[in-house]
Design a protein around this ligand. Structure first.
Ligand SMILES: [Zn+2]
Length: 80
């Protein structure tokens, strides 16, 4: 006996790499806020969001439930 459930969601979120600004300065350290404040010397378009400040997020979760005495399926990558 096995039950499989799939969850899927698509969202549009603020880019975390640039904090929604669309521009980052890769030479500077720190979080997006520090980079934004210090970015006097030529910020570049964020490579994650392409300068839009927004990203599309696609999440897929598969939940498989099976009886305790059944063998475990082979794990696919990750932490194995
Ligand atoms: Zn970005």
């Amino acid at each position: 006996m096995e039950k499989v459930r799939k969850y899927e969601s698509r969202k549009i979120e603020v880019c975390r790499n640039c904090g929604g600004e669309g521009m980052v300065n890769p030479k500077l350290e720190g979080n997006w806020l520090m980079r934004h404040i210090q970015a006097a010397g030529g910020p570049v378009a964020c490579e994650v969001c392409g300068g839009t400040g927004r990203v599309r997020k696609h999440t897929e979760i598969t939940v498989t439930v099976r009886s305790f005495d059944s063998p475990l399926p082979p794990s696919k990558g990750g932490r194995g």
